[in-house]
Every structure is written in C-alpha cells, then in structure tokens.
Design a protein around this ligand. Sequence first.
Ligand SMILES: [Zn+2]
Ligand SMILES: [Zn+2]
Length: 1004
Amino acid sequence: MVLRGPQTALVIGEEAQRSGAGARQFYPGLLGGTRLRAVCRSAMAFAHLHVHSEYSLLDGACRVRDLVARALELGQTSVAVTDHGVMYGAVTFYKEAVKSGLKPIIGCEVYLAARTRHDMDHDLDSERHHLVLLCRNEAGYKNLCRLVSASFTEGFYGKPRIDMELLRAHSDGLIALSACMSGEIPKLIHQGRYGEAKKKALELSGLFGGDGFYLELQNHGLPDQPQINEGLIGIHNETGIPLVATNDVHYISRDDAEVQDVLLCIQTSKTVDDKDRMHFETQEMFLKSEQEMRELFPQIPEAFDNTAKIADMCDFNFEFDKHHLPEFILPQGEDNADEYLKKLCLDGFERLYGPDRPDASKQLFYELNMISDMGFTDYFLIVADFIAYAKSHDIPVGPGRGSAAGSVVSYCLDITTVDPIRYNLYFERFLNPERISMPDIDIDFCERRRGEVLEYVKQKYGADRVAQIVTFNTLKAKNAVRSVSKALALTFQEENELAKEIPNGINVRLKDALASSARLRAMYEEDPRVRRVIDVATALEDMPKDSGTHAAGVVITKQPVREYLPLTLSKKDESISTQYTKTTLEELGLLKIDFLGLRNLTVIDDAVRDIRKNTPDFSIDNIPEDDSPTYEMLAQGKTSGVFQMESDGMTSVCVGVVAKSIDDIAAAIALYRPGPMDAIPLFIENSRDPSKIKYIHPALEPILNVSYGCIVYQEHVIEILRKLGGFSLGQADLIRRAMSRKKQAEIQKERQTFISGDPGRGISGAVANGIPKSAAGVIYDSIIPFAGYGFNKAHAVAYAVIAYQTAFLKRHYPREYMAALLTSVLGQPEKVAEYAAECREMGIRLLPPDINESEASFSVAGDNLRYGLVAVKNIGRGFIGELVAERGKNGPFTGFEEFCRRMYGGDLNRRALESLIMCGCFDGFGANRRQLMMVCQLVIDSISEHRRRNVEGQMDMFGLSGGAAEHSAGGIELPDVGEFPKIDLMRMEHEVTGLYLSGHPMDE
Ligand SMILES: [Zn+2]
Ligand SMILES: [Zn+2]
C-alpha cells in the first residue's frame, strides 16, 4: 500500500500506535505521536537491508536525507545503507536517521575477489562477487572497517576487494546476506552449479553463524531472477539457512528511475541514446513499502519477517565527542606529560620573555592549567615536536595561522612566533574552557618540503596511525546541468546556452538560477528537453560525484586508523586517506591537523639562502620590525610580490594607510574584505590624522587605539564585552560566536546583560563600569557586525609578519627576492610576466636564458637576474638537471653541435632544441637563430648516424660487420642566411617563454 496524503498517513499512524504495531524499541521519537507515520496494520514489520545511497557515487541516487524521510513516511522503523565497497556515508546517514527517530543499520555491499585479494590477473580476477555485510555491534563495525580498509589498501583491483581469508578473520559481529545477482551464490545457481552454490552457502553460514548468514531473495522482474530464487529456496529447504527479502534500492521512488539512469550515464560517460551502454533493465529498484515488498514473495512471509529480526539484532552506535588523542611518547627520564610540557614552556619562556615578566608568566600558568584540565597536554607536545623537527631540519614554518597564535604556550613552544601579549591576542579565542572542543592548529610549511614533516609524523606515530582525509566533489548547479545535458544527448551548443544562464559559484542553486534568469525560465517553459535537463539536474544537484583527498588535512590516531574508521586509496597518488570527511573526524573525537604548504615561505627561504652567499649571518628572524625604507616602499604602492598586499585594492589601502608597523599591516589585511571594507575610509582618515579619532565612550580608547578607533578584529569584540560589560573571556567568546551566527535571541538577551549585568553569572555590566546606559546600547549594537565578519587578529598578525618579511626582502635584497619569487611562479606565464615587469620597474634587467649561464631556476647575475631554464617551454626538468650536471662536470659548452653531442641520448629532442634556440640560449656561440633552426635536425641526425657507425665500427673490430667504418661525424656547415626579422624573434621568444626578451613589439 502506497500512502500519499498526509491525512491518511496520520490516521493509520494513530491506529498503528494504538495497536502497538511498529513500536519497536530504541527510538523514542517514533512514539512521540506528532510525527506522521504510516504503518500497515496487518504487517509484522519490514526493514530495507540493501540500500545504495548517494555515497555509492554516481550509482546510488538516494539522498541520505530523502532516504530517511521516505522510510519514516512508509512507517518503517529502521533502514540500512550498504554502499558499493565504501562506507563514505555511514556517519552522515547515522546522524540523520537518529535525529529523525529511525534506527540506522551500518553496512556495506563489499566486493569479494574471485580468488584472493592479492591476485590481480586480468583473465582470472576481473570478475568479483557482491556480498552484503551489516554491523551487528561494535565488534562488527570494527571488523567492517578493517575489511573495507583492506579491500582498498591490499585488494584494490578495479574495485576494492576482500577475500575469504579476510572474511574468516573478521566475521565477528557481522551479518552477511548473499547479495544481488552479482553475488557468488546467485551466480553459481544461474550457471547451473547448484551443488557449489549450496557448498558456498554452508561455508558462509558456518562462518557467520546460524543467525548471521541469509540467502537473499530479490525480485525486480528480471528474467533470470525466478531461476536464481528457486535455487536459493532450494538451498534453504535443504540446509535450513534462513531467507531474507531485499530490494536492491538505488533510488527513492519509481519516478526516480530515470534520474538513476542519467546518473549511470554520467558515471560511464554515455548518453541515454547509446545502444550498448550499461543500464538497469528494471524500474523496480526503489524504496518500496512493506506491502509492495511482501507482494513480491507472498508465499514466503518469513523472508520479510527476518528483515525485522535482523534489524533488531543490529545495535551499533557511534560515539561522539569523546577524544581519541594519540599519546605523546615522552623522552627518556620523563614520566609526566604535564610536567614535561611545563618544562618545555619554561625553557621557551626564559628565551622569549626573560625573568621579569610576571604578566606573561601568569598567563603561561593559566594556560598550562587549562590545557591540562581540558586534556590537551599531549596534543601540544605532539604539535611542538613535529614543528621542532621541521625547524631543526631547516624546513621553513609559518609564524602561526588561525587562532593558535593567541596562546602563550604555543609561543613558548615555538609552535607560533608571534608574541600574543604584545599584540593583545587571546587564548580563549583558541581554547575556550566554556566550550570544550578540539583545538584547531593549522600550520604553514614551505610548500616544497611539507612532505618531509608528514613523513616524520608517519615514522614517529606509525604509518598505520596517520592518514590523509577524504573530500567529496559535489555536482554543483552548472556542472549538474552540463553533465545532464551531455547524458541526455543535447548538442554542445545547447548545453552552452543553458550553462551560460547559470551563475558561477559554489552556493548557486538551480532553483535560484531559474528564478533570476528570465531566459532560462522561458527555455524551461517552452522546450520539453530543457525542462527535462533542469528537472533531472535539480534532482542530482549537490550529490557527491567523486572523492578526492584534502589538500592539507591529516588525522593522527592512537590505535591504527582503521580501528576507528574505514580507509580508502586516493586515485591520484595511491596515498591512504580516511573515508570520513574532516568534520566527521572531529565529531568522532579524532585529532586532525592541517599541514599546509605556503608558497611564500618557500620564496623567503630561497631568497635567504641566496642572501647568505654574500651575508652568511643573515636571518629573517632578526630583521628590524621598524624599517622605514620598507614601510616607505609599501606606502608608495610598490607591493607587487609582497605577500597579501599585491591586489590593486590592497595596494591602494597600503598607499592610503601609510603603514608604520606590523599592527598597521595586520589591520590592512583584516579590513580588506567584504564587510570590514566599509570601514577602510575612516581607518585611513584616522591613521593620517589621529586627532579625528572619536570614541563612543573613552573606555574604548585603550582597546581601539591600535587601530585608530576602528573595530577591526574579533578580538576587539571580545575585549569590549570583557572590559566594558564585565564578561569573562570565555563568556565573551561565546557571545561573539552567537553574534557571528546571527542567533538573534541570544544576541538580544546578552545585550541586556552587557548593559545591566547578571550577578548570577558574576557579570557586572557596562552601567556598573560607569558607562551611560544609552552609550552602552550603542556600543553593543556597533560591535555586532564585526563579530560576524571581523577578522581573527591572531591570524592577521601572523600573516602581517610574513607580509612584512617579504616586503623587507624585496626592499633590501631585491635581486635575491625577485629571483626566488619568479622561480615560485614558474609555470604561470602571466605571473612571470608580471614580476618581470616589476623587475624592470626596479631597474633590474632580466637577462635572456643562456645555455652556459642559466640555472634551472631564476638566478642572480651581477646586478641583474638570469632567466631560468625551467621557465622555457617544452624542456623537461630531467633534461635541465642533466644539462646543469654536465656543465658542472665537464665545463661550459663551446658550440651548438658540441652541446648536442654532449647532451645526446637522454631527453634531447628536436622540440627541446628548437625551444632553446627560439629563446636565444645559443646566441653566445656566434650563429644566428635562423641558421640554428635550419640545421638543428641535421645535427641531430648526424650525431645519431655517427653513433650508429661507431657501434658498427666496434662490431667490425670483431669482424662482425662487412663494410669499412667511417668515423668522422663531420661539422655541419651553417647556411649563409641572415637572422630572422626582429618581430619574428620576439614572437618566438614569447611563444616559448611568455615574455618578449629582446624588446617589445610595441617599441618597434
Ligand atoms: Zn549487488
Ligand atoms: Zn546492491
């Protein structure tokens, strides 16, 4: 019975409640009475145990939310998700189900290798069998994680595969179903191998136990199914192995079959019109009602009753908010982590603050106590340890990122290099005792050497305890329309017409695009094909389409990662990552750290190395912070190549503000974004003439004087709440969060507290602090917007430090800095051109590439820079490495032919040679570029001929070859032609380097 109207559903729901049917235990939400439910009165109960969600990526079309809602609507009390080979959606599904009062069953339809998981022979192992596994309990969940992880890390061959050996080792706590027609037993029956099928069934039944293995009956109206079902029932009759009925659910309702079909076309890059494409021959794979299910095998009610029995047996719950931090292994002689952390901090404190800083000392001990109470001691030791490793191996580390820079402990441990006391940064913005959650430390490393730190962490905690993190790419509006257009065989032009009407951006929804574009609406109304595309695309919008690896995130666990969650293999580099996303890992209490690669740190490092060739003592950490020439350069708008300051808008802010300190740079970074941007004119005006600064109340002055009376940072909001309203730092941060999330009720409630206080919570209120009531109200209202879009000061200051360093280098070591900067943007011709122009502006010439002078990267050449070979198109890094090595070993090249002879073999080819000629690399040898272009092939041919003859000559010595060997290679004569016209030379230079090296066509 399919129930459509809510009224019928409600009536039947109430009846069901009175009769008690469907009132299974566990999920109290079901009995609340307010939820609309429809339960078939006559039925016992039924649960879908074989369901593919959207996380079967382009296979299943059941959105988790819709699946849960529909199952409830059908009066079902539990449902399983068994995606193909993965558990990507397990936690999302679990949470959605529990929230709605439905019992979730975590499962997976795994692939079983034809032989063992290690066998990967095309002829024998391309086939694999399906098997449905469901978690009965915690042990089962752990085993499923182990199995699914191993299917990727050990058995991946086309699909993630497990085998019987793994299954035997990890069957505890799991229930197995024999799966669809692609299961081994159904396949054997289909092939007429009944005896083997029965033997397999007995084997699995032995493994999973009498109530742990079921023969799975399916009826989608497919021609082969009756024969298979007959065989399954036969085995049941002969062995007593129980039957269970499932639908191989791939979409929610019958109408969604088309959506599913399009999804399959997208996955297989086919169109619906393709004749021999993969498609489902049935439209029955939807989430059926119990009635519809029972009608499939009316003679076997127990196969349906067993679904409810299995659902009852499954009782697994995720545990959230309990931390599973890895343990830091203390060095020998240490036995107390808290003490050890304190010791490290005091060492750092001594170095950074010296003996006479009671304020800093008080803050340090306050933080240490808090960290210990909150259970994060090991966390800090772990982070400090790998940062110390990086620093001791000269791997550049950023000064800090995010709110971590607000902690004195982080500062003393060298995790950050910004003094939080000096910059008025708050620990509570980082770790709030009133809202215990995992601290979030993101760390910037040199882009090139970030991998070494990761490698260290893997070695230290064990490779199986460290993993990268999965991400999902979803079908965004435009992409969905394009993909569906292709699948529905629209022409490319039609597809473009449609896509044009949909704005770019990640938050664009098709619904909104339809509402905002009259043209799109017209097409939708008039053209049935367009309507179909848009409708299907809307159904698929935002579904995950493939998985990727998070660029920086890494999870570190106490036990091997696969003991907590399933692992997968990155398609790109075969690295191992979790099957759960970042947010889910956090919810499960696992430690994740972002190891980010920051290009600018690499630039600073490269420049510093170069500077040390002449100034061995140079250290970026010892540059003065108040260097006037550096600030003057910024005020003149010469910001090209300066971290965070390059954009036109930012440059004009710099010019306007006339920055005089790191504080000013931090403010500029914080202000230059939508929202705070509106305050820029006032900020500039006040910075130029401080007499114009006005405060609503003098009490604001000590807080806002660093930013010329303007509210710039989230820290300002916290400080105002604290100093004026009398909130604790922790309370203040909670209000800031409420403000940024626009929780109006809380904002209004705390407005009253801010003004008048709340003795119950120990809050004095602004009035008690001598601020008139009206002024207090105005102040409170003025901070609200900044809580939302204000910048985190700790982050702004840390990034301002990097910005200042790059500016300082550019000002005082322009050649070294620009060479490093140019090298960092190799492969981005527009950027190279931009910085080359900046060099010209600075009076530094960019010398053309030269076969004897150029390094792989850009390099300093006297007062100028030399073009790096890596920036020349069509030349591999391998070849450049060989070239530089050959030059180092056997001296400079002396001529074109000689160069070719020495570099022959390896990667030398005509294309590379032509590129080198076109950019003028051989100009120093006297021949012109036209001559070299003309002989280049001849030279290569002659050398290869010479080599061949040499080999033959050697064979001749042994009397193996008949003819007389001719040994001379003979110099190739240059044709008597003049150089290309200048305009052609420049065109060629531009073609291979993106730059006009010998002038500019506009000058000609
Ligand atoms: Zn299957
Ligand atoms: Zn299936």
